[in-house]
Design a protein around this ligand. Structure first.
Ligand code: UD1
Length: 360
């Protein structure tokens, strides 16, 4: 039996196509949600819209410090593994649930497959970088989304036969759901015109947990907001910080987190996207929409080399200049290799073969 696990919002989008493909082939599967994200808007809506089954096991670990989140999953997930004894545990991405579940499984001698392996920002202050590094080094199958992922893993001494370039399962979800997302015309609900607005997300601790830094970024958004209306579905962390510090920038329409389909539809028709997310850099590249990444580094260099992404840092004037550049020259990016909507099929082909070999 294969055990698949998710914990937080970006996991749902990356894992849904794999869960569907395992079920389509009738392979035995147990599906676990750790509950790192638990709000209706951060979790339930994604399950509904992505057509994911109800988890067989819900751990309900919730929020907390990194140690609390990790430790709660270690304790709870070990019991799940002891009960179900899977042949393989599949984790995705770089959130705390990814590392905790990989660690629990590997300590019990259960093989681990990591989807979206090999990405590196080379910034160890990012909690995700620690999660990526450690998960990759205790995984047995490493599924890579872009060529640099393989380069990074080989440089770290990972055996080449463990590494499989499969493409990007998040783009499988995008291709599957884009028609439904566009049919909803979500921009109209906000009084926006297709192609005439900007979409903003910000949630990295390094950007939103420091008042001066957040003020600097919001200042830039205020300026850009004079040129295009900006819609900002705010992550709960960011909404809390802005409320605490009384930040209400003009021209920036702050709304609650959106579901997958509304956000995807809004992204597809945006004039530009300003973000510090990892996944959104990839989704905008797949959609051919200009993306301004408000960070000092990216673990997804293919989105800059081949896609529509500009990495601009966090200084006000650089963010503003990038927005004006995006206005004058729409980047003509291409889709990276194997971002073709079939990554999950490749993943499950490899998982299936691997499990067969275990039996014999
Ligand atoms: C996590 C991931 C990050 C990912 C992001 C996507 C880690 C280390 N980080 O960050 O990589 O980009 O998810 O959203 O795993 N909260 C709620 N409701 C929820 C969940 C969280 O209100 O359903 C609030 C809580 O106040 C919580 C805070 O958000 O303390 C942060 O949540 P947490 O899961 O710790 O990290 P994220 O910032 O969401």
């Amino acid at each position: 039996m294969i055990l698949t696990v998710v914990g937080a919002r970006p996991n749902f989008v990356k894992m849904a196509p794999i869960i569907h493909e395992i079920n389509r082939r009738g392979l035995p599967q147990v599906f676990v949600h750790t509950g790192q994200h638990y709000d209706a808007k951060m979790s339930d809506v994604f399950f509904g819209e992505l057509g994911m089954p109800r988890p067989d096991v819900y751990l309900g670990v919730g929020s907390g410090s990194h140690a609390e989140q990790t430790a709660r999953v270690l304790l709870a997930f070990e019991l799940v593994l002891l009960e179900h004894r899977p042949k393989l545990v599949v984790v995705a991405g770089d959130v705390n649930a990814t590392l905790s579940c990989a660690l629990t499984a590997s300590k019990l001698g259960i093989p681990v497959a990591h989807v979206e392996s090999g990405l590196r920002s080379f910034d160890r202050e990012m909690p995700e970088e620690i999660n990526r590094l450690l998960t990759d080094h205790i995984s047995d199958l490493l599924f890579v989304t872009e060529p640099q992922g393989r380069v990074n893993l080989l440089r770290e001494g990972i055996a080449p036969e463990k590494i499989h370039m499969v493409g990007n399962t998040m783009i499988d979800s995008l291709d599957t759901h884009l028609p439904a997302a566009l049919a909803r015309r979500p921009w109209e609900a906000f009084g926006l015109e297709a192609g005439g607005y900007g979409l903003v997300t910000l949630h990295r601790p390094s950007n939103v947990d420091d008042e001066a830094g957040l003020r600097e970024i919001l200042g830039a958004l205020e300026t850009v907001g004079k040129r295009w209306p900006l819609l900002f579905p705010a992550h709960p962390r960011t909404a809390k910080r802005m409320a605490d510090w009384g930040l209400q920038p003009e021209g920036l329409r702050v709304v609650e987190p959106l579901g997958y389909l509304d956000f995807l539809g809004l992204m597809a028709k945006a004039r530009l996207v300003l973000t510090d997310s990892g996944g959104i850099q990839e989704e905008t590249t797949a959609l051919g929409v200009p993306c301004i990444t408000i960070r000092e580094n990216t673990e997804r260099p293919v989105t800059m080399d081949e896609g529509t992404n500009q990495l601009v840092g966090t200084k006000r004037e650089n963010i503003e200049a990038a927005a004006w550049r995006a206005e004058s020259a729409v980047p003509s990016g291409t889709r990276p290799a194997l971002w073709d909507g079939k990554a999950a099929v490749r993943v499950v082909d490899i998982l299936g073969d691997w499990i067969k070999d275990l039996r014999s």
